[in-house]
Design a protein around this ligand. Structure first.
Ligand code: PMP
Length: 397
């Protein structure tokens, strides 16, 4: 039987929901699925790096060995052996983390939501970098904070600015390695200064680090959590070192906070899929990442070099861009009068896409910026796409 609605529903969304907006990137990605579009817009890792066979074998062995456990509900804080593995890997870097501090989440994006849920009230002061990760701004803004943008330069945020503006804030959200969107890396001295300043202010410092392992040259810089495990909240993810489709990340926090996050996690979705956590543990426990990650680093380093070369060749000299030493993104600054949102319309008409920079700013957006991702486009297409963009920009100078 099909029933008519005699009183049509007038959807009355909560004030919180009224704050929700679709991500600009997701809207752009809808256009870029057309095969003829050369897209530098996505934040997707390269599928060429996904260890499909290794994952299939792990699913097989977990299901045949412990299928009944893998398919059952599990604990809210996560699968204990994986939490232990994460605590041990972080401790090997010098942080001395215990498994009780690790909360497994359904992608670190969920970690951002849970942190906001337990730390932010309406009007709470929240410090973010200029610019910052759009997904974090979205996750936080649901809880209606007052965003305060920390000034940055070409090396990332300026710790000496935090002392003034950080008074009374609820948290500072930082991306020290190969930042999304700029590709910048925070130098060691600034990490130390930032950790010290936050400790002095009693300000929780969130270190979001999904790209840290993807350094092109040498080992990544020391993590801030290792400098002060009682004041830093570390967020990790398997999205960029294994695959994003498994939706698996983790938050490592001081015990009082992690217990509160666990309660929020329980209310949100009970727990992260037990099967996925067991499979990932099966994959990583014997050192697979140590052989796998160098293949990702190599691919991304080559693609990044291809884009740097194309930018140098085709972009006018009044345009500047970052030179990342890892990760997936390059940040471009155009002459002041060029609005990258308008440039995007023209670029899409020529089958090239990127993400305009404005949405990455919590306050005072700089319209003349944009983000390029180089990891999913082959080098010859990178050249073609950058050449087209270069022409469009040159026509405006
Ligand atoms: N933080 C940053 C900085 C990111 O770039 C991303 C993914 N684009 C995330 C968090 C979320 O990652 P995931 O939920 O896949 O772990």
């Amino acid at each position: 039987m099909k029933m008519e609605n005699p009183t049509p529903i007038q959807w009355q969304f909560s004030q919180r929901a009224q704050k929700l907006e679709s991500s600009v990137i997701r809207e752009i990605l809808k256009v870029t699925v057309r095969p003829e579009v050369i897209s530098f817009a996505g934040g997707l890792p390269s599928p060429a790096t996904f260890p499909v066979e290794r994952m299939r074998a792990a699913f097989d062995s977990v299901l045949s060995r412990e299928g009944k456990v893998a398919l059952q509900y599990g604990p809210s804080d996560g699968y204990a052996p994986l939490r232990e593995w994460i605590a041990n890997s972080l401790s090997a870097d010098g942080a001395k983390i215990v498994p009780e501090q690790v909360l497994m989440v359904s992608g670190s994006q969920q970690g951002l939501d849970l942190l906001a849920k337990v730390l932010i009230d309406e009007g709470s002061k929240v410090l973010v970098e200029t610019p910052s990760y759009l997904g974090a701004l979205q996750a936080f803004s649901v809880y209606q904070p007052e965003f305060v943008s920390v000034p940055t330069d070409e090396h990332g945020l300026l710790p000496d600015q935090v002392a003034d503006i950080g008074q009374g804030a609820r948290l500072l959200y930082a991306l020290p390695n190969f930042q999304n969107p700029t590709g910048r890396t925070l130098p060691v001295e600034r990490r130390v200064a930032l950790v010290e300043t936050c400790a002095r202010l009693g300000l929780p410092l969130i270190e979001d680090d999904p790209y840290g392992a993807l350094s092109y040259r040498g080992e990544p810089l020391p993590k801030m959590i290792g400098m002060n495990p009682n004041g830093v909240i570390y967020m990790g993810s398997f999205s960029k070192v294994l695959t994003p489709g498994i939706r698996l990340g983790y938050v490592v926090a001081p015990l009082p906070l992690v217990r509160k996050l666990e309660q929020a996690k329980q209310a949100a979705d009970l727990h992260t899929a037990q099967l996925t956590q067991m499979v990932v543990h099966e994959v990583v426990k014997d050192g697979f990442l140590a052989e796998h990650i160098p293949t990702i680093r190599k691919l991304y380093a080559d693609q990044c070099a291809a884009m740097q070369a194309a930018l140098t060749e085709y972009f006018p000299s009044s345009v500047t861009w970052t030179k990342p030493e890892g990760g997936m993104f390059i940040w471009v600054t155009l002459p002041k009068h060029i609005d990258s949102m308008k440039l995007l319309d023209e670029a899409i008409a020529q089958n090239v896409a990127f993400v305009p920079g404005a949405p990455f700013y919590a306050n005072a957006p700089q319209q003349n910026t944009l983000r390029l991702s180089f990891v999913t486009v082959p080098p010859e297409k990178i050249r073609e796409g950058i050449a087209k963009l270069g022409k469009l920009i040159a026509a405006k100078i």
